[in-house]
Design a protein around this ligand. Structure first.
Ligand SMILES: Nc1ncnc2c1ncn2[C@@H]1O[C@H](COP(=O)(O)OP(=O)(O)OP(=O)(O)O)[C@@H](O)[C@H]1O
Ligand SMILES: Nc1ncnc2c1ncn2[C@@H]1O[C@H](COP(=O)(O)OP(=O)(O)OP(=O)(O)O)[C@@H](O)[C@H]1O
Lengths: 215, 215
């Protein structure tokens, strides 16, 4: 069983600690404010109220023995960096840290953080795409111009075969799969017809998907 | 062309305004702090420095004419709610608002917000999954058993062709694309070889992906 330490229980840290614990991982949750820790104590293995910049207190809390540490302090960039240094000093190899700006992210990578996350930016991109691409349910951004999109079938596609629709030629998209209720039709053929309420899984350019979801 | 107003330019709001503008939408960005507005003025159509709780100032800024308004104020829940009320009073039908807690979210739905988003929570769930499924970077859940996964190439795959790897037979997964730097190889052929640092896009069962990411 892997052990995780989550430091800073704001909106992001709280949900990381809770989700990891619900999936069966061992979680130690740390924050310097008592009220943020209290809410988690029913979900996680162990909680501590301490200032994570205090190396001695972190050592006594047994943080040196965890497999992965997640630093989720955002408003105070100095604290975010100092806490990362404390974790490196304690010998933790796998550190995930939240960054607020790209320069802060580069600084974190330079001092040896395993992975930098930008939760607000990544969700902002997804929400913006869903506002412009009316029928987009989910998405994995691949390059600045391409992505995988899960979309509701446009009305004009219903009862047409993939051959008729010529998706690659007209929209520059590849159809990966069709979701029909709980069934999944992987790599559909040209003869397959689209039904009402189908959900389409497409790989294509952002522009192509915007054009397609306007139909 | 759709017009959007983004109110509150913290980490989430800033990236929503920027992403919408980059995709060609008309964006009005509002914040009461001058420094948050300045950075966006090169990207968006129009910026205003004002207190969004001031209905008269919002009216004069022409906010009543937008198609969609996004409220991204988080630390001050009262301001978040008052700004939503101002937008409802100005007759805006489509309002997206960020919520900090589930109860705040319910309150927003009750007063008539079109969509409530929880950016930190949603990203926390994705990051937690990626920590437990070691090499998974992104995922779109499709059915309870299947999903699309973006994974780091397992070491044992490097310099092998897709034909040799027999992904469908051994792991019950389909390879959709290979990301190599900023290039994307869509529908790779059996002869294509996997390189170090490739990122693989797979469609398969959750079990198959967990087996594969353990390699
Ligand atoms: N030195 C520290 N030691 C322990 N906890 C800390 C320290 N500094 C800040 N925190 C805690 O980290 C949490 C998140 O911090 P902060 O509010 O700075 O980040 P945030 O990015 O706004 O959070 P989020 O967006 O996840 O809500 C808070 O609960 C705060 O009490
Ligand atoms: N009444 C208001 N009118 C206009 N702007 C406001 C108002 N109240 C707050 N803001 C702005 O909204 C932005 C985000 O607010 P806040 O820091 O409360 O949210 P946050 O959830 O921590 O943001 P994020 O996580 O996106 O960085 C700030 O830039 C702030 O200046």
């Amino acid at each position: 069983k892997k052990t995780f330490a989550v430091i800073g229980l704001g909106r992001f840290g709280f949900h990381v600690a809770k989700t990891l614990a619900e999936l069966g991982a061992e979680v130690i949750a740390i924050d310097r404010e008592e009220e943020n820790v209290r809410e988690l104590s029913d979900f996680v293995t162990q909680t501590y109220i301490l200032d994570a910049m205090d190396e001695k207190a972190m050592k006594e809390a047994g943080i040196a023995n965890v497999d992965v540490a997640i630093v989720s302090i955002g408003q105070n960039v100095e604290a975010n960096l100092i806490v990362v240094m404390v974790l490196i000093d304690l010998g933790i190899k796998n550190i995930i840290a939240k960054a607020v700006t790209p320069l802060h992210g580069k600084l974190l990578e330079k001092i040896g953080v395993t992975r930098v996350v930008y939760p607000e930016r990544d969700m902002a991109i997804r929400v913006s795409h869903s506002l412009l691409m009316k029928n987009v349910l989910e998405e994995i951004p691949l390059t600045p111009k391409h992505g995988i999109f899960e979309i509701n079938t446009p009305k004009s596609f219903v009862d047409k075969s993939l051959k008729e629709l010529q998706l690659r030629k007209s929209f520059n998209v590849n159809i990966l799969a069709i979701r029909r209720g709980n069934d999944l039709i992987i790599n559909p053929s040209g003869e397959d017809k689209i039904k009402e309420d189908d959900i389409l899984l497409l790989l294509g350019t952002n522009d192509g998907i915007i054009k397609l979801t306007r139909l």
